[in-house]
Design a protein around this ligand. Structure first.
Ligand code: B1M
Length: 229
């Protein structure tokens, strides 16, 4: 869990603001060195993520929506964010905990947004899950084949577009049709979703962000009483 931005020393707040500006401008080198600098000061990966990266990407999203930024600029910002996430990856995924379950995750068909989904995958790994990340534009066949191949406990699906979120329902309908729905816990997330949508499509839970995804996955594994060595 990150610290509140206002509780951070002024120079650290300024540092994160600079990182957000560099992310907005898509300057990968500066975002990467800003990430390294913040960690060297003893900032937690959660703080760097929330205040340096996600907060910057929120502004990019607002200006993209408002027609101030266009796809090429957003892509540059996304590239910078992904490079910084690679530095955080070992810190977020390192875990001394025993394996608590197996998860399959992907962004659904028609959708290529993967930053949030990759973050969930990293946090799940850090929480002790064996994670199979299928990438983007994943169809029902691929989800189902992987779930069976790795004998998964959890299916995570991500969608960032209002036009692609209905595909999650198709995947769940496919699990139902194959008589597999009860075998897997289905968690869904992504900016345009909400809990009512998750309930409508008969997912087990909606996760607002990566930490909720960890909490939900842990809680549902406990409910199932699954123990994996
Ligand atoms: Co796109 N895009 N984009 N985009 N893009 C959005 C989503 C949009 C809201 C921007 C806007 O208009 N303000 C808008 C969608 C509108 C809508 O449908 N309501 C949009 C659009 C329209 C598009 C295109 C159609 C643009 C075009 O071509 N005209 C196009 C679609 C391409 C496609 O997928 N077919 C497109 C393309 C792109 C880029 C390729 C340029 C790039 C993606 C690069 C990449 O991912 N590799 C991009 C980006 C970067 C964005 C925004 C700016 C940022 C998304 C992001 O990475 N956020 C986004 C604006 C926004 O979301 N505000 C936008 C940071 C990330 C950490 O947050 O992904 O929300 P998020 O993940 C969170 C939670 O949602 C949750 O946890 C994560 C971490 O806390 N979560 C899960 C996510 N998945 C989960 C799965 C789980 C659990 C939780 O499973 C259990």
């Amino acid at each position: 869990m990150e610290d509140a931005f206002d509780s951070l020393p002024a120079e650290v707040q300024q540092h994160y603001q600079n990182m957000q500006d560099d992310l907005y401008d898509g300057i990968t080198g500066a975002v990467v060195s800003g990430t390294q600098q913040a960690l060297a000061w003893g900032q937690s990966p959660a703080n760097v993520l929330a205040h340096g990266l996600v907060a910057g990407m929120d502004v990019v999203g607002q200006d993209f929506g408002a027609g101030i930024l266009f796809v090429p600029e957003v892509l540059r910002a996304a590239t910078a964010m992904k490079a910084a996430m690679e530095i955080l990856r070992p810190l977020l995924t390192e875990t001394g905990v025993e394996k608590i379950g197996v998860a399959v995750i992907g962004t659904v068909r028609g959708d290529i947004h993967d930053i949030g989904k990759n973050l969930v995958a990293m946090m799940w790994e850090g929480a002790g899950f064996e994670v199979h990340n299928l990438g983007v534009n994943v169809d029902a066949d691929k989800f189902v084949a992987k779930l069976l191949e790795v004998n998964a406990d959890i299916l995570g699906m991500s969608a960032l577009l209002t036009t692609t979120m209905p595909y999650m329902a198709k995947v769940i309908e496919r699990l139902e049709a194959d008589g597999l729905r009860d075998r897997f816990t289905v968690l869904v997330g992504g900016a345009p979703l909400n809990a009512a949508f998750a309930e409508d499509i008969r997912a087990d839970a909606y996760c607002k962000d990566a930490s909720e995804a960890v909490q939900a996955a842990r809680a549902l594994m406990q409910q199932k009483g699954v123990h994996r060595g």
